[in-house]
Design a protein around this ligand. Structure first.
Ligand code: ATP
Length: 327
């Protein structure tokens, strides 16, 4: 194993609140071990272009509480090609970077795994994505903040929905997974939650909504994950509107969208990001590569990158039952 002296850190894919806290932990832990740290701007795109910035303890002062990522994030088509990755490796070698910490989601880790196979630069991943859809960690950096932001917004929607006895379909993020929707549904007292992991039977949903809305004069909130296989809140609203039984129901759609990505990270995300960023550097120094650091049952755990992106993290079906029981 070659000695690690200088590491590069980058954020990639969709940004998530807490990424800055993670960068700070990487930089400060590395410095505590007398390593040099280089920030790679705009993920793999910046790696290919050699968009690097030297980092010291001061360059990460006062960023812990900031949303977004000071290193910026990007998606890079060029990195999907062997030529692009060869260019990236050349830039890293030129800058004397001998190991990497990647903060991102499953796409980022697919890229990291193929990059390591081809160029043998040690790489450890930190799970940074609001969707919480990564195998190998109970929670990802950004999930808690996104969930709290969504719940605060749904609380506001509830006020206006109640004032007019409206039915609101609220779409939250989750392209392939219903973690945000499920937890927001419980946390906001939604009447129903629709997620990609379960089949959305539109006729059954219509019946349930109609019986809810006729049982008493009241509002109803249905939380829909954007990746619901029926097509998200807009599609579901269209189906309901086409049914004459819904003619008298005041139905509205609210898509929370990117509001869930922004904002200052919660305490929970700051602590998680700090633990994971620090653990990633320790893992590199212990000779690990091609792994993601996660927290499982409260403990730091390393999981091979290929397991992270090839295995599916399952939702907690007890939570799903709870939404049905309480809603
Ligand atoms: P999120 O889930 O929050 O969107 P992500 O990390 O999954 O984050 P992606 O856009 O899927 O985001 O991936 C980030 C980048 O990783 C891509 O833009 C691409 O450059 C690289 N990447 C993804 N998949 C591969 C792959 N199979 N081979 C090489 N590079 C890849």
């Amino acid at each position: 194993m070659e000695e690690i002296r200088r590491i590069g850190v980058f954020t990639s894919g969709g940004d998530a609140p807490g990424m800055n806290a993670c960068i700070r932990a990487v930089v400060r832990t590395a410095i505590a071990h007398d390593l040099e740290v280089v920030g790679i701007r705009r993920g793999y795109a910046g790696m290919i272009e050699g968009d690097f910035v030297e980092m010291d303890g001061r360059s990460v002062s006062n960023i812990l509480q900031l949303g977004g990522t000071i290193l910026k994030s990007a998606r890079s088509k060029a990195f999907m090609t062997p030529e692009g990755r060869a260019k990236a490796a050349e830039q890293l070698r030129k800058a004397g970077i001998d190991a990497l910490v990647a903060i991102g989601g499953d796409g980022t880790f697919r890229g990291a795994a193929v990059f390591y196979e081809e160029h043998h630069i040690p790489i450890v991943g930190c799970p940074g994505t609001i969707d919480n859809d990564l195998f190998g960690t109970d929670e990802t950096i950004g999930f808690d903040t996104a969930m709290n932001t969504a719940i605060q917004n749904i609380d506001r929607i509830r006020d206006t929905a109640d004032a007019h006895d409206r039915l609101f379909l609220v779409e939250v993020m989750g392209r392939d997974a219903g973690f945000i929707a499920l937890n927001c549904g419980i946390g906001s007292g939604a009447e129903m939650v629709l997620i990609p992991e379960t089949f959305t039977d539109i006729e059954e949903i219509k019946e349930r909504i109609l019986s809810l809305m006729s049982a008493q004069s009241r509002s109803s909130i249905v939380v829909v994950a954007e990746g619901d296989e029926h097509g998200g809140a807009t599609q579901i609203a269209q189906d309901l509107r086409e049914d004459p039984a819904f003619a008298k129901i005041d139905l509205r759609v609210c898509i929370l969208g990117h509001t869930q990505r922004g904002g200052s990270p919660t305490a929970r995300d700051r602590v998680l990001a700090s633990r994971l960023g620090s653990a990633a550097v320790e893992a590199l120094l212990q000779g690990h590569t091609n792994v993601m650091v996660g927290v499982v049952n409260g403990e730091i755990k390393l999981t091979p990158l290929k397991h992270v992106y090839s295995r599916k993290k399952t939702i907690d079906y007890e939570l799903l039952k709870l939404t049905q029981l309480l809603g």
